[in-house]
Design a protein around this ligand. Structure first.
Ligand SMILES: [Ca+2]
Length: 488
């Protein structure tokens, strides 16, 4: 009798456990929010599955990655996603030994969800990521797939998830799942599938000395396109600015429009692959009990402001697309949010009723998802220190944004002040839009934003200061840990 009670109790417990929500976290590599029609009505990229997801859930206008101490912006971004820690407190940060707890990987998404009894699965690219955490997923199917066929491109990642879901069904696995559904694209090399390249008038261009042909189906130039970035931003010769296959140092209209066409061909394919997985979840009856999060590790320039890469702090690179759908999230909403990618761990824990680890520094934005709040914070900070130091910093409050640039040798030195409500594309003097940082009428606002930037740099343990800031007696930071590869 006692045994029977125990058996019945365990059945009840597992029935309760079954109701915990699943999580499908979709992460693409290098996508600007402005690539998507959801964020830029002039975009010609077609993403029916993301549009549907957005209509059924909530779209964030203010989602950001906090920055990078390396040219490989992917790496710190992916550490922040996994660990919920701020940009200067990561195992890959300059003062890692002092600011990042030992064995942090044991407090990351896969470790936390494994301990909570979730089934965890991951597919994504290899490299420029967080290997110690990645290998903790119970099922891991990683490979870099940036080719133009189903086997060598994004469909491969979809297959891994579909196979996993099939095996789950076959094994009658009733644990809730957390699937990390990552793609290797639209990161370059942007080798799209032939039919999708044709849809966007693009070719997989390989001749560095001659531009590709212009085509009417190629996407238009971005509103803030420039043939050259007008000043030294502290890292003008980073790999993305000079050696991306298909563009290299070329910034002519045809090269840029063709490359955006390639980007769209890759993103269009990703959308199709997302649709396949969502359809399968629906067939399995799991869709309504699954939180689906869509985002990118950071944005990308491809012609905006004369830049190609992600190594800058303009909105096209600092911001990320961010869409969430799931149980209890009202449909069809649009919010500012003011979240960082590093808030994900805390939020996923909150949605799954799991205690976040003590090492977490992010804030759950569940109140934004459920409609209790429209934004999590007022001030946002961004950093890029992959080139000359201190590099670039930005701070945003309301419509106002300050970006400051400086190299230690003084060769690069520039300050920009934007009102994003009036100038959402961050148009520069070269576009005919004056730099408000040079306008005496905005001197007070400039001083206020500079003060805000310093307070954020202090709060977040930024290891550098600009020449016009107090030195705070900071010692020069040590060289970054060896694991960071500089070039990607
Ligand atoms: Ca990336």
């Amino acid at each position: 009798m006692r045994l029977l009670t125990l058996v019945m109790l365990s059945l009840v417990v597992s029935a309760v456990a079954d109701k915990r929500p699943n999580i499908l976290f979709i992460l693409v590599d290098d996508q600007s929010p402005f690539d998507l029609k959801l964020y830029n009505p002039k975009s010609t990229l077609e993403t029916p599955n993301l549009d549907k997801l957005a209509a059924q859930g909530v779209v964030f206008d203010g989602a950001y990655h906090m920055g990078s101490s390396s040219g490989a912006v992917c790496t710190p971004s992916r550490h922040m996603i996994m660990s919920g820690r701020t940009v200067w407190h990561l195992p890959v940060s300059p003062w890692a030994a002092r600011t990042s707890p030992p064995q942090l990987e044991q407090q990351t998404i896969p470790a936390v969800f494994n301990r909570a009894g979730y089934a965890t699965m991951r597919t994504c690219k290899m490299g420029n990521s967080y290997e110690a955490a990645n290998k903790l997923f119970t099922v891991r199917r990683d490979a870099s797939k940036r080719g133009g066929t189903d086997e060598s491109g994004s469909a491969w990642h979809a297959e891994q998830v579909l196979n996993y879901l099939r095996d789950r069904g076959a094994n009658q696995d009733t644990k809730p799942f957390l699937i990390y559904y990552g793609f290797s694209h639209p990161h370059d090399t942007r080798d799209g599938k032939p039919e999708l390249l044709a849809k966007y008038g693009a070719t997989n261009h390989t001749d560095e000395t001659n531009p590709p042909s212009l085509h009417s189906l190629q996407p238009p130039l971005p509103a803030n396109y420039l043939p050259k970035h007008p000043f030294d931003n502290t890292d003008m010769n980073v790999r993305d600015e000079v050696s991306v296959s298909g563009v290299w140092k070329n910034r002519d209209e045809a090269s840029i429009r063709n490359e955006i066409g390639r980007q769209y061909a890759c993103s269009d394919n990703i959308d199709l692959q997302i649709g396949r997985v969502l359809n399968r979840l629906e067939e399995m009856g799991e869709l309504d009990n699954t939180y689906i999060i869509y985002t990118a590790d950071h944005g990308i320039a491809i012609g905006h402001h004369g830049l190609m890469g992600k190594q800058n702090l303009y909105q096209h690179c600092w911001r990320v697309p961010f869409i969430v759908k799931g149980p209890g999230i009202p449909a069809g909403r649009r919010v500012e949010g003011n979240i960082y990618l590093l808030d994900l761990l805390a939020t996923l824990c909150d949605l799954a009723s799991i205690q976040p680890p003590q090492t977490n520094e992010g804030t759950s934005f569940k109140p934004v998802l459920t409609g209790e709040k429209t934004a999590m914070r007022q001030v946002l900070y961004g950093a890029y220190a992959g080139g000359a130091k201190p590099g670039m910093r930005c701070v945003k409050q309301g419509d106002w944004k300050l970006i400051q640039y400086e190299s230690a040798d003084g060769k690069a030195k520039h300050t920009q002040l934007f009102n994003l409500a009036e100038n959402p594309n961050e148009l520069l003097t070269e576009h005919g839009s004056p730099n408000l940082a040079d306008d005496p009428n905005h001197a007070e606002k400039l001083a206020e934003m500079k003060k805000l930037l310093l307070s954020e740099m202090r709060r977040l343990d930024d290891p550098w200061r600009f020449a016009d800031q107090p030195s705070d007696n900071l010692p020069p930071p040590p060289a970054p840990p060896k694991k960071i590869k500089k070039k990607k």
